[in-house]
Design a protein around this ligand. Structure first.
Ligand code: LLP
Length: 440
């Protein structure tokens, strides 16, 4: 059975006094030094997850590459680590591209995704010499035809295909279905038409096909199907892809009710399908590119919160109200995601009560975790929420004009600030006063 402690980063330990250590740093010290809420990333876990992801395709006899999906969480320091580890980077906006550039990412190793890229984003990507643009729709194809006219180098592109595969995940995270805003639909023939059109465009070099069928998926089978369908599509058009990307989306548990599966299961399913289909269609083995976000950063991140108050409802719930919440982690409210927690200074203590960890934001749905067994905690006690590394800060907001948390990375007893806490001055920085001649 998974325990809450199992969900913490690999360097986590609980000392004889019941205190939680992350990356050789005492959680309590981190909270005192950097304040709370605080997001702590464990460098060792990050590295281990990258290596496990890379080896997921080890059994594939052709070439393969690992990309990190920046949307799961991206900041300058993380981008520098990804760059050093030799991962490719998948970006979805000019903002993510700016972070990649600032980190010194080689443009050839960056892919630009998105169903609604702007002309400015596409132009910027072309000017930078971005490795791959993942074309999502006909409008974008036409834009690219115009933007690449007169350029000396042809732009490498993949086509994003919606392969009509249903996966077992929250409806908001299903992306490969017929009724999806993403990609060229396979069933209607739109994908084959778009592929023919793109192949005929002088400014483009179509090097591959891509599908991303969903996220937080725990079964390998749908990824094998997506891989097979992409190769069937290529063969039907007489196109031999140099590269093939069945996306990312491999799940990572966030609570003891879920179970992690090895990344190898995902990689093996994709590799097997690619080998089988290429043999069937007499296609050379393409370079397989997987682009994982959650499975890499999710397990590396821990959120630290302070309890601000208790509310006990006789005959009902006991709430612990925290100093963070949906502003830094909207996933429970948006997807019903389940998290768990430990008391950072009494991590070995037997549970004394079952509590609901409520956020500080003005919305009843602002709950970080329900029904968490914990020792009795009071105001100022420290709570540690594991598996908070993916899609928490990446989807953070300034609701209630609450500044966003700081981010640190820990290793061998050392903590380094990656993102400072936002301040009220940051929040006001974009605002302008009304001019004197404006009569309200
Ligand atoms: N590639 C593409 C084209 C994607 O759209 C995504 C995620 C990924 C790769 C990486 O998926 P991952 O390996 O991280 O599951 N906000 C949601 C997740 C949305 C995922 C969007 N696309 C959540 O918090 O669960």
């Amino acid at each position: 059975m998974t325990t809450p402690l199992d969900l913490f980063p690999i360097t986590t330990r609980v000392d004889a006094g019941g205190r939680l250590w992350l990356g050789g740093c005492l959680a309590g010290d981190l909270a005192r030094e950097f304040g709370t809420p605080l997001y702590v990333y464990d460098a060792e876990t990050l590295r281990a997850r990258m290596r496990e992801a890379r080896s997921a395709l080890e059994g594939y006899p052709g070439p393969h590459r690992l990309a990190y999906a920046g949307k799961a969480f991206l900041c300058l320091g993380l981008a520098q680590i990804l760059q050093c580890e030799g991962l490719d980077l998948d970006v979805t906006s000019a903002g993510e591209m700016a972070v990649a550039r600032a980190a010194g990412f080689a443009p050839q190793r960056v892919h630009l995704h998105g169903n609604s890229k702007s002309t400015a984003e596409l132009s910027e990507a072309l000017d930078w010499g971005i490795g791959t643009i993942v074309v999502d729709n006909l409008h974008e194809l036409e834009l690219l035809r115009r933007l690449t006219a007169g350029r000396s180098a042809r732009q490498r592109v993949w086509l994003r295909v919606a392969p009509g595969i249903d996966v077992h995940t929250h409806p908001h995270r299903k992306t490969g279905l017929l009724d999806s805003k993403f990609g060229f639909t396979l069933e209607t023939g739109a994908a084959a038409d778009a592929l023919r059109q793109a192949l005929a465009m002088a400014g483009l070099q179509v090097v591959g096909l891509h599908a991303h069928i969903g996220s937080q998926v725990f079964q390998p089978e749908p990824f094998a199907r997506a891989t097979a369908l992409l190769l069937d599509l290529a063969a039907s058009v007489g196109f031999a892809p140099q590269e093939l990307s069945p996306g990312g989306g491999w799940g990572a548990a966030t609570s003891p009710e879920e179970a992690d599966l090895p990344l190898a299961a995902y990689g093996e399913a994709i590799a097997r399908a690619a080998v089988e289909r290429c043999a069937r269609h007499r296609l050379p083995l393409p370079t397989l590119v997987i682009e994982l976000g959650r499975a890499i950063v999710g397990p590396a991140g821990v959120a630290l919160y302070r309890v601000r108050s208790r509310k006990e409802i006789p005959g009902g719930r006991t709430y612990l109200c925290l100093d963070g919440g949906m502003g830094d982690n909207i996933r429970p409210a948006l997807y019903g995601a389940r998290y768990t927690a430990l008391a950072a200074d009494r991590a070995a203590a037997a549970p004394e009560e079952v509590v609901t960890l409520a956020g500080r934001f003005c919305e009843s749905g602002d709950i970080i975790a329900r029904d968490v067994p914990l020792p009795r905690l009071e105001a100022e006690d420290l709570i540690a929420v594991p598996r908070a590394g993916a899609y928490c800060l990446a989807m953070s907001s300034n609701y209630n004009l609450v500044p966003r948390p700081a981010v640190v990375i820990v290793r061998d007893g050392k903590a380094v600030l990656l993102q400072r806490r936002e301040t009220a001055a940051d929040l006001l920085a974009r605002d302008l006063p009304l001019p004197p001649d404006w009569s309200p």
